[in-house]
Design a protein around this ligand. Structure first.
Ligand code: C5P
Length: 265
């Protein structure tokens, strides 16, 4: 997920230049591949509703880049099109599983075209992501962050959010990132950064205003922000216990939202 997301420019082909601090949560989908006679995909799990089990799914397109046909199982635990890189990490996990299975060490041509965020998901480490997503600089282990993730079960189309963005040339993060000494210092630093897609995402999906307001008012919440192009937002907490308690409170008030506590690294 994106702890920060600064939009710093736009390329001639329409893609946007970003400067983002990306972290990984201890919640996610599960992907497995097994050698088979032909390519197939089975989508299961609590968030599988409406997720295509065909060649339009990124995991299918990732597996297709290899010569070996496989039976793929994708267990969805993250909501689709929700701004936390679920589809990209599914594609990255498929590429890694396929390279394990086939013994092919180098990623096939076409892997980069699966999506701008697939590259960072291959590293599975906190990183500064820039360019359109192709420049990935690991930042070393982050001080542990505890979070509540909340999604109002509204899918937000990323292109529409970029289109509604008023200014495409915003300040990047400071060139040199601090060596954060602890959770509090990291959260204070994050608070001075932004997600430039928050305002346009709220225009596309006004319910995001409610999600951020609900997260901000949770007991002990230190910072609330949207991830990616939304609609998933997060609040940060000093301890896992505080995040667990806050998630339970929020889930009770909004039983129709997807609400989970998570630890980010
Ligand atoms: O690369 P991905 O398929 O995830 O991107 C979805 C859409 O988001 C793109 O078609 C583009 O409209 C927008 N996008 C962008 N700049 C980026 C990444 C995505 O404009 N760096």
């Amino acid at each position: 997920m994106n702890l920060t997301l600064h939009v710093t420019g736009q390329r001639k082909d329409g893609y946007h230049l970003l400067d983002s601090l990306v972290a990984f949560a201890d919640v996610g989908d599960r992907v497995s591949v097994m050698a088979a006679d032909k390519l197939s995909l089975d989508v299961t799990g609590p968030m599988s509703d409406g997720v295509p089990a065909d060649a339009t799914n990124l995991v299918w397109r990732a597996a297709e880049l290899f010569d070996q046909p496989v039976a793929i199982t994708l267990s969805k635990h993250l909501p689709a099109a929700s701004g936390i890189g679920g589809g990209s990490s599914d594609a990255a996990a498929t590429l890694l599983a396929m390279s394990d299975l086939t013994g092919e060490r180098t990623l096939p041509e076409g892997a980069a075209q699966l999506g701008a965020d697939v590259r960072v998901c291959l590293t599975r480490q906190a990183a500064r992501m820039s360019g359109i997503g192709e420049i990935v600089e690991p930042v070393g282990p982050l001080p542990q962050l505890h979070a509540v993730l909340a999604n109002p079960r509204v899918e937000v189309p990323t292109p529409a959010v970029f289109k509604a963005l008023a200014s495409k040339t915003n300040a990047p993060m400071p060139r040199k990132l601090p060596k954060w000494q602890g959770t509090k210092q990291l959260i204070d630093w994050l608070a001075a950064q932004r997600n430039d897609l928050e305002d346009p995402a709220m225009q596309v999906a006004p319910v995001i205003v409610d999600v951020l307001a609900a997260l901000t008012t949770l007991p002990d919440a230190r910072l609330a922000r949207m991830s990616g192009s939304g609609a998933t937002c997060f609040a940060l907490f000093a301890s896992r216990e505080a995040a667990n308690a806050a998630a339970a409170t929020l889930a009770e008030v909004h039983p129709d939202w997807w609400v989970v506590p998570a630890t980010l690294t």
